[in-house]
Structures are given as structure tokens and as C-alpha cells.
Design a protein around this ligand. Structure first.
Ligand SMILES: NC(=O)c1ccc[n+]([C@@H]2O[C@H](COP(=O)([O-])OP(=O)(O)OC[C@H]3O[C@@H](n4cnc5c(N)ncnc54)[C@H](OP(=O)(O)O)[C@@H]3O)[C@@H](O)[C@H]2O)c1
Length: 439
């Protein structure tokens, strides 16, 4: 890990908290140091201390036992540690990171929940103590989207951002679209393949993507929203049947994270969306992630790659470590200023005020006047119909599926209409709504 042959003065003391999937990947990348790393003059890291939960677990790569501790606070307090790398995702992460920043130590983390929910406090703390807090791995792992938004696209006003930010759900929707089964089948398959956690809630509910979107919104739009301010709907209600209808209409269904400028505020939402099947994001398959950014100067750009995994995530962590070390060697002060939201901070638009097109699917009794009844409800909410598909009588007990695609409508109106349609006598079961995005 040392880069002695370049004759640097002093290595940077690194304290690692967490030596699991990502932490072990970071150690491996630093130990194997490719030429691209060795060529960097100031890149000279010395691993001083490593915190884990269980000292008895076998480790690969192996580390000297005296480096390991079960007390993360020891890592933060170690006077030989100048750079703390937090890779646990554990609840006390806020305490460890804030204490490190308070001591003026730089921090690199991959912890999206920490940044999405408590970023404001941490960035303020970093600025106050002249420390840096870097977090490239927290969104889309190895895809350098944070660095691109903060640096490469700094001369742009970001107009919109569409992301597939969760690999688990993208894998599941891809498998459903390939006929691998319905939601429960593909969830089990994703768990067997190691793409989904035993408790998949954060992924399938959209919350993981919402936290990532909140982080991107802070950078791209100077937006105050946390993960909880992002409207969030998961993929739990998506059925293979919806994917088939989408295909008939020329669309694919993706769990999209969407952020757009809207009259001085920002739309920020995560939900399943129908996207045209020839759109770039419709063709991001399996566990891959992608982000499409519309910049005022550069126009559209798409970033794509693996959004999780040991080495892709470690790659982003090491990139942050290198940038920090080089910035310090050049005598630069903390770079966190752009992450602090001042008086020009932008708020999130309530979902009720957002306008888009909708796909509505209902199962109705095959009798005269049903379509007229639904059309009347939509008209009362000032929602106009773009097209209607009525299938043959091929479903349960003489009922037929009816699919309606609307023109642009307000979400609040659409929700009212959804409730009213559900009360019609001829309507059976739930009224399914899927939002449509033309990208
Ligand atoms: N995995 C990915 O693909 C990925 C992608 C992007 C971001 N991230 C983020 O990266 C972070 C780490 O994820 P991961 O997948 O590497 O997790 P992981 O495999 O579960 O590893 C967690 C590590 O943290 C240690 N740890 C947990 N609680 C601790 C405590 N109280 N004190 C000290 N050490 C503790 C564990 O120790 P033991 O080894 O002893 O159990 C383990 O080494 C999370 O914030 C995650 O959201 C992960």
C-alpha cells in the first residue's frame, strides 16, 4: 500500500471503519495498486487502524491482527489517522463521521442514508472544521456521477436528471420483462443470485433510490430535500401483465429516479415509469445503473455502469481518497462549500402539483356504459384520454381488462380519479396507475 519508491515525505494515515464487501475491496485495490495509482505523486496511504464488528471473522485480504479493533471510536481518535473511511452503513456512522470531522479529519464514506438524511449537518461540520467529506460511492458506486456533476458539469444549469439508481429492482424488472415470472418469483431469484438482501424493503420500496436522488438533487439543483422528501413508490405492485401492456404500447417499465427544474423548484420522485422502448434508459438491463443528465451547455449525457458490488464501489472510494490526498498536498482548503445550501436553496415540488401522463389499468365487468362511466370521472377531473385498449373477454369470470392512457394531468387530479373509478360497480379490484415519462 505504501508507495515508497516515489520518495514521498509522509504517508497519509488511513483509518478504515468496516471491512466487509466494500472495505475489503478498498484494501485489495490499495494493496494491488495499479500503475494509475502508483504514478500519482502524493498517493501514499498507510492503513493505521481498521474497525470491524467481529474480530474472529476470517478476512480476505488478510491484515495484521494488531490493526483490527471492534471499537470504531478508537479508529477516529487515533492520532496517526488523518483520513477516516467509513464503510459500515451501521447506525452509529453519524457519530463516527461527525467526531472525525470535529477533529478536522477528512472523511470518505459510501453511506447514502447518512448523507441523504443528515448531509446538511455533516457538511456544515466539515466546513466549520476545515475538513472534507467525500461520498462518490454513495450513488451508483463506480459511476463517477457525483464528481461529474460537481466538477465536469459545473458550468451547466442542470435541467433534468433521470436515473436507474437501484440495481436490484432493475434486475427484477428485467427478469420480469424476459418472462422469468411475476414479482415474487423474480424477487426470490434476485435473492438467490445475491442481488437482493434477505430483507429487500429498501430496494423494492424505492427508498434506496430516493436517498440517492436526494444526494444528486443537492448537487445538481441545490435542493434541500432529504430522502424522505422525495416522493417514493416501489415496484411491489408491478405485474408481468403491466409489462406486457407497456410493450404493446411501445414502452418498457423501469424504476426511475426523476428530478427536474419546475418554476424555481424541483420535482423529485422515484416510481415505476413507462419509458419509450427506444430510450437509452429503457435499454439499461439487469443490475446495471444509468443516469441521464440534461445540462444547459452540454445537452444530454448518459452515465452507465455497475451501481454496486465490491470493486466498483471500492473504485469510487479510492478515487475520493486520492483526490483528497492530492488536494491536501496542493495546500487546498476544504472543498465542501458547494454542498452547503444557502438562501438560494431550492424546495421540492409536492407530488400533487406534478404533471405527467398516466397508464390506468382496471378490470371491469363486460357490460355497456362502463367506459362512459370512467370517461365521465376523468372528464370531471379535467383529465383527457389519449387512447383506450379494451381486451377480449380473456380474464376471470367474464371481466375484461381496460387500459386507458391519458394526456398530461395533475397528480392530485389523477389520484382523485383513481379513487372515484374504484367505487364504480362494474370495476373489480384495484385501479392500477403507472406514470409515463417520455424522457
Ligand atoms: N455493497 C455495495 O455494493 C455497496 C454499494 C454502494 C454503497 N455501499 C455502502 O457501503 C457501506 C458498506 O457496505 P458493505 O456492503 O461493505 O457492507 P458489509 O459487507 O455488511 O460490511 C460492513 C462492515 O462494517 C463492519 N461493521 C458493522 N457494524 C460495525 C460496528 N458497529 N463497528 C465496527 N464495524 C462494524 C462489519 O464488520 P464484520 O465484518 O465484523 O461484520 C463489516 O466489516 C454501506 O453504507 C453501503 O450502503 C455498498
Amino acid at each position: 500500500m505504501r508507495n515508497k519508491e516515489l520518495g514521498n515525505d509522509m504517508p497519509i494515515g488511513v483509518g478504515l471503519i468496516g471491512l466487509g464487501t466494500v472495505g475489503s475491496g478498498v484494501v485489495e485495490l490499495l494493496q494491488d495498486a495499479p500503475a494509475s495509482l502508483r504514478r500519482r505523486k502524493h498517493v501514499d496511504f498507510a492503513l493505521r487502524r481498521v474497525a470491524v464488528r467481529d474480530l474472529d471473522k476470517p478476512r480476505s485480504p488478510a491484515l495484521a491482527p494488531e490493526l483490527l479493533t471492534e471499537d470504531a471510536a478508537e479508529v477516529v481518535a487515533d492520532p496517526d489517522v488523518q483520513l477516516v473511511v467509513e464503510l459500515t452503513g451501521a447506525p452509529p456512522a453519524f457519530e463516527w463521521v461527525s467526531e472525525a470531522l470535529r477533529q478536522g479529519k477528512d472523511v470518505v464514506t459510501a453511506n447514502k442514508a447518512l448523507l441523504a438524511e443528515r448531509g446538511e449537518e455533516l457538511f456544515e461540520l466539515a466546513l466549520a472544521n476545515g475538513a472534507d467529506l467525500m461520498f462518490e460511492a454513495s450513488v451508483a458506486a463506480g459511476i463517477p456521477i457525483i464528481r461529474s456533476l460537481r466538477n465536469g458539469l459545473v458550468a451547466n444549469r442542470v435541467e433534468s436528471l433521470y436515473g436507474i439508481l437501484n440495481g436490484t429492482t432493475n434486475y427484477m424488472l428485467t427478469r420480469m420483462s424476459r418472462g422469468a415470472g411475476d414479482y415474487a418469483d423474480v424477487l426470490k431469484e434476485a435473492q438467490d443470485q445475491g442481488y437482493a438482501e434477505p430483507d429487500p424493503t429498501m430496494d423494492v420500496s424505492g427508498m434506496d433510490a430516493a436517498q440517492k436522488l436526494a444526494i444528486l438533487c443537492r448537487i445538481a439543483f441545490h435542493c434541500t430535500g432529504t430522502g424522505r422528501d422525495v416522493f417514493c413508490e416501489g415496484i411491489e405492485q408491478i405485474e408481468s401483465r403491466d409489462i406486457e401492456y407497456a410493450r404493446e404500447l411501445g414502452y418498457a417499465i423501469k424504476l426511475l429516479a426523476i428530478a427536474k427544474q419546475q418554476d424555481g423548484r424541483v420535482e423529485a420522485r422515484v416510481h415505476p415509469a413507462m419509458v419509450p422502448e427506444d430510450a437509452l434508459l429503457a435499454n439499461i438491463h439487469d443490475e446495471f445503473n444509468a443516469i441521464q443528465v440534461q445540462g444547459s451547455a452540454v445537452g444530454p449525457q448518459v452515465f452507465s455502469g455497475r451501481g454496486a458490488g465490491r470493486l466498483p464501489t471500492a473504485s469510487a472510494v479510492v478515487a475520493d481518497m486520492v483526490e483528497l490526498v492530492e488536494r491536501k498536498a496542493a495546500g487546498a482548503s476544504t472543498s465542501i462549500g458547494d454542498m452547503i445550501l444557502g438562501e438560494d436553496a431550492v424546495a421540492v415540488v409536492p407530488i400533487e402539483d406534478v404533471q405527467m401522463r398516466y397508464f390506468m389499468r382496471v378490470l371491469v365487468r363486460d357490460q355497456p356504459g362502463v367506459l362512459a362511466g370512467i370517461a365521465r370521472i376523468l372528464a370531471e377531473e379535467r383529465i383527457s384520454i389519449a387512447s383506450v385498449i379494451q381486451k377480449e373477454r380473456d380474464f376471470e369470470g367474464g371481466s375484461v381488462p381496460l387500459v386507458i392512457v391519458t394526456h398530461e394531468a395533475r397528480e392530485a387530479a389523477m389520484q382523485q380519479a383513481q379513487q372515484a373509478v374504484a367505487t364504480l360497480d362494474a370495476v373489480q379490484g384495484a385501479v392500477k396507475l403507472i406514470r409515463m415519462e417520455d424522457l
